[in-house]
Design a protein around this ligand. Structure first.
Ligand code: H2U
Length: 329
């Protein structure tokens, strides 16, 4: 990471995005994800009262893919079929909510659904990884404001968790301890990049953060997945998610956009003592609710670069209230 804090004062005459229109309606008859509505593919949603999970009508991965007959497969070009399952998890029947404004008990229901999806899909044959992720806001490509996330269960471990897998395995081999346990201990000792914490989780801006207000949520216990945690730990995870997303919304008084995802241990049938559960938040905003960081130019051709230091990003997030800015309005 190249860090250039002296650059924050440069003028900006580039794109200023529109803020997301806030409808504040609890049920939208035109929403594909609201209870009782018919989805784009023709299936009807039940009149759900809590979390609702369904198979993605436009799944990027399918359970049965025919073998490729004449695709290249040599040391220069290689194409292979990839099997999988894609689902959508609606967090709540209320169209207007976001994680930041949901009750912790309702977020805990979502966490429980994530845990169940990880077990169920991870146990399917030909499933090495279960990726749970949320695209929040139009800026991050969410197709619908209704609170929801996606689950992709895939045959091979994808690139990002694969890189983490190798790093965690190598660290364990060379140090005899867990990479993220040791990293968390260092961050707690330094106390420079921590945003908020509870008895089970710590949210911090990682030393290597690429996005301006990127955060990493680490479990204090060494567990590979939600399924290894008891209900108190899962509830604590729900609480830290609410507190962190509230701080995000309060930063620019907007529905803060981000991509968020859980990195849990691979479900490839191998033991994974090295893996440490964590969640990544990658939010694009830089200066305001409308000016985002662009990953272009030097970032695409050279290496990632950031203007504000991880310590100052953490300090700004840490200074914010955990009462949502819309509360009482
Ligand atoms: P995103 O907002 O992150 O795109 O997630 C919404 C998902 O919901 C998306 O993958 C699916 C889309 O395919 N979807 C359905 O499965 N059925 C619908 O009727 C609308 C959207």
């Amino acid at each position: 990471m190249l860090v250039s804090p002296h650059r924050t004062q440069r003028p900006w005459q580039g794109e200023v995005a529109k803020t997301e229109a806030v409808s504040a309606i609890h049920y939208d008859p035109n929403c594909y994800l609201c209870p009782g509505n018919t989805r784009a593919g023709g299936n009807k949603n039940p009149d759900y009262k809590s979390v609702f999970v369904f198979d993605n009508d436009y799944a990027a991965l399918l359970p049965d893919v025919p073998a490729f007959d004449d695709a290249p497969h040599d040391d220069l070009l290689c194409a292979e079929p990839e099997r999988g399952t894609c689902r959508v998890v609606c967090f709540h029947p209320d169209h207007d909510l976001t994680l930041a404004r949901m009750q912790p008990e309702d977020i805990a229901n979502v966490v429980q659904a994530w845990s169940e999806q990880y077990i169920e899909l991870g146990a399917q044959p030909n499933t090495s990884y279960v990726q749970i992720f949320e695209n929040r806001g139009t800026m991050m490509g969410a197709s619908n404001p209704h609170p929801h996330c996606q689950v992709w269960a895939i045959e091979h471990v994808p690139d990002e968790p694969q890189a983490e897998l190798i790093a965690q395995q190598e660290y364990r081999r060379s140090h005899g301890s867990c990479l993220l346990c040791d990293y968390l201990a260092r961050e707690v000792q330094l106390a420079q990049r921590i945003v908020c914490e509870n008895e089970e989780f710590v949210a911090l801006v990682p030393f290597w953060a690429v996005w301006p207000f990127e955060t990493l949520v680490l479990s204090r216990c060494h567990a590979g997945a939600l399924t290894e945690m008891d209900s108190a730990q899962k509830i604590a995870f729900a609480h830290i998610l609410k507190r962190l997303t509230t701080r995000y919304d309060n930063l620019f008084e907007t529905r803060f956009p981000y991509t968020m995802g859980l990195h849990q241990s691979p479900t490839d049938g191998q033991p994974h003592p090295e893996w440490h559960f964590h969640a990544h938040f990658y939010p694009p905003l830089l200066r305001s609710a409308t000016v985002r960081k662009f990953m272009v130019g030097f970032e695409m051709l050279g290496m990632p670069q950031r203007d504000i230091t991880p310590e100052s990003a953490a300090q700004r997030l840490r200074a914010l209230s955990e009462v949502h800015y819309t509360f009482g309005k």
